[in-house]
Design a protein around this ligand. Structure first.
Ligand SMILES: Cc1cc2nc3c(=O)[nH]c(=O)nc-3n(C[C@H](O)[C@H](O)[C@H](O)COP(=O)(O)OP(=O)(O)OC[C@H]3O[C@@H](n4cnc5c(N)ncnc54)[C@H](O)[C@@H]3O)c2cc1C
Length: 411
């Protein structure tokens, strides 16, 4: 890829995750003018991240590229100039130029920022201690190699990635301990009832749970010291303690930023009229719920990427025109061992929780705000409630309506 001063890219995309790849393809498919370029720090062809903590870590699938785009977008993708293994280190909004670490200046007419998230390091780990994180395919390869020689593992963090990874490791015979400051896995996000259910699944999968404790230090020998003075010896330590979207080049760019997220309107345009943002990095104004949301979900990154790329292709720089608006209710699936959870929610908290048990382990958890409006749904083996939950969220229905059809067994 090269760009001369006289020929800017019609669209330049930063990031080769689902948001970036879908933005580039959507721009081409919408007939956007000019050449399309995509720059990514990732060294691999675009791939799916979700299998990394599931089938790949469980040893059921190889750690290799699994394509992001559907076959019908192959011809659009073929038109994109892709440059992998290249960090962007500066963005000059006034000159409409992106500078890469190898000193190239790439000019753009329109820009989509889809730089996603990075795992945060584990506090207290000594510099020489080997603590794995899991975000990229390269991380996945390194982790899978290390697991081959490991008989014991400590997973730190009980978010979805921590829970999935712990179940995958235990499932392949590694003695696995999950350490979390939460009283139960994901209790803060999903409530105590769901947390207790996930704890049961993990325990049944062979995971030792250490709840309400924090890691104080990790020594190079693999000793993990907890704040209740206990020590766990592990061949392998995986930290899944959260992610950050913060990047120096974005902070320095002058774009409107809130806690590392790029602030965008409901058409995903940033504070600069030539620049859109999509996926994990965006703090987007959601057109249905009427407030700003962040989401860290695969499917939503795809949707937001398509929206940003399509709007960049068709929407006037001066704000004229009618951009497509971000309107889907966020949602995702998680596989914890043999159990699948489906979750759709605005993702910014809840005041009320109602549990409906359907027998044989199936359940639905409804979440509502203080005004009684549905703000989320979590299901296990109950797809009809997951689908209905998305519809109820989209029309801002009440908890009473959600429970109306299933009042039996509510607690
Ligand atoms: C192990 C794992 C399992 C997951 N499982 C699920 C799941 O089951 N369901 C679900 O909904 N979500 C899941 N997620 C979350 C999901 O993968 C993310 O929400 C999604 O990838 C976000 O997409 P994105 O395009 O915004 O960013 P990312 O996928 O993070 O991509 C960002 C891209 O930007 C590039 N980049 C960053 N900075 C720079 C720079 N300075 N210069 C150049 N390039 C840069 C990166 O290299 C990368 O290519 C999982 C995530 C992980 C890590």
């Amino acid at each position: 890829m090269d760009s001369t001063p006289s020929e800017p890219f019609g669209l330049l995309v930063i990031g080769s995750g689902p948001a970036g790849v879908h933005a580039a393809a959507a721009y081409v498919e919408a007939g956007g003018p000019g050449r399309v370029g995509l720059v990514s720090a990732d060294v691999d062809e675009p791939y799916q991240r979700p299998p990394l903590s599931k089938a790949v870590l469980a040893g059921e699938e190889p750690a290799e590229v699994t394509p992001i785009l559907e076959d019908e977008s192959a011809s659009a993708w073929a038109k994109v100039d892709v440059r992998l293994g290249t960090h962007v280190e500066a963005l000059d909004l006034a000159r409409q130029v992106v500078r890469t670490e190898d000193g190239q200046e790439l000019r753009y007419d329109r820009l989509v920022l889809a730089t996603g998230s990075d795992p945060v390091p584990l506090p207290g780990a000594e510099p020489e201690a080997q603590v794995f994180t899991l975000r990229s395919l390269e991380h996945g390869r390194r982790l899978v190699d290390a697991v081959a020689d490991a008989r014991s593992a400590v997973v730190v963090g009980s978010g979805f990635i921590g829970c999935e990874a712990a179940a995958s490791l235990a499932g392949r015979g590694v003695r696995t301990t999950l350490v979390t400051p939460e009283p139960a896995p994901q209790a803060a996000r999903l409530g105590e009832w769901a947390g207790a259910r996930i704890a049961e699944w993990l325990t049944a999968a062979g995971v030792q749970l250490r709840t309400s404790v924090k890691v104080e230090s990790v020594e190079p020998s693999g000793k993990v010291r907890l704040d209740d003075d206990s020590v766990i010896e592990a061949d392998l330590v995986l930290a899944a303690v959260g992610v950050t979207q913060s990047r120096t080049f974005l902070e320095e760019s002058g774009l409107s930023i809130d806690d590392g997220h790029l602030v965008v309107d409901d058409g995903l345009r940033t504070s600069d009229p030539h620049v859109w943002a999509a996926g994990d990095v965006a703090l987007g104004h959601h057109s249905v719920v009427g407030r700003a949301l962040t989401v860290e979900h695969w499917g939503d990154a795809m949707t937001m990427g398509e929206l940003a790329g399509g709007n960049a292709a068709t929407h006037g720089e001066d704000g004229t025109g009618d951009p497509d608006k971000w309107s889907d209710a966020p949602g995702f699936w998680s596989e914890i061992g043999e159990h699948t959870l489906k979750y759709s929610a605005w993702g910014d908290g809840f005041d009320d929780v109602r549990v409906v048990e359907h027998g044989q382990g199936a359940f639905t958890v409804w979440y509502a705000d203080a005004a009684g409006e549905v703000v989320g749904v979590l299901t296990h083996e109950r797809d009809e409630d997951y689908e209905r939950g998305g519809e109820l969220l989209a029309r801002r229905a009440t908890l009473d309506e959600a429970l109306g059809a299933t009042s039996a067994g509510v607690s």
